[in-house]
Design a protein. Structure first.
Length: 209
């Protein structure tokens, strides 16, 4: 794929690319945004180095992809309910996202993606890791693809969010969204299939003991 307004540098043969030649704090032209969108579809995760954004600019960029999601368990900063603040230091009892997951897959309509803006990072370690559900699906045998293709899984946010609340000494009796999703989902843009289960939200596969 060729690009005219940005430079895209793949990071691995399977997933991830760096995008250069754009400032996310400035309004994007239609062609430039389309090329960013194309890069995301092609590489599944894209990275922008050395970007400065206010919360409003962060949200403006997100709105180019669609309506903004509001997290069911974590209130955002005042006036910015669509922003999920992630913080950890030496006193933290837990760290967000330390288990493999697809963000808020318990929602009836999960968000199509997340935009993580890193502010302070450790000099070493602390890397955020990404996995390709498409590559995981393609690695399955044909009989397993056929078997999983007809199954549905229950995703529920209550066990995960209340477990986190207990660790923090907060109310752990709230109810959160739950939904049933196909175990194998087909991407609406690329047409590629991917495995859509994860250990954070998926409780069980319906019809499987």
């Amino acid at each position: 794929m060729s690009y005219e307004t940005i430079e895209v540098r793949p990071l691995t043969p399977t997933i991830g690319a760096e995008v250069h030649g754009v400032k996310l704090s400035e309004p994007l032209g239609n062609q430039q945004f389309q090329e960013i969108h194309d890069a995301l579809m092609a590489h599944q995760v894209i990275f922008f180095r050395d970007q400065e954004m206010t919360l409003e600019q962060h949200k403006d960029f997100g709105r180019r992809f669609g309506p903004l999601h509001i997290h069911p368990s974590a209130p955002g900063p005042e006036g910015h309910p669509e922003i999920l603040r992630i913080h950890a230091d030496e006193n933290s009892k837990q760290v967000a996202g330390h288990r493999w997951h697809s963000d808020v897959s318990c929602d009836p309509e999960p968000p199509m993606g997340s935009i993580l803006h890193l502010q302070t990072v450790p000099p070493t370690g602390g890397d955020t890791l990404f996995a390709s559900s498409n590559a995981a699906y393609e690695a399955l045998s044909e009989p397993m693809k056929t078997f999983l293709g007809g199954l549905t899984a229950r995703h529920d946010g209550t066990p995960n969010y209340n477990r986190r609340a207990r660790i923090e000494g907060q109310d752990d009796t709230k109810k959160f969204p739950h939904a049933d999703h196909p175990v194998i989902r087909t991407h609406p843009v690329t047409g590629k299939k991917g495995i859509f289960v994860n250990p954070v939200f998926t409780q069980y596969i319906i019809g499987i003991p």
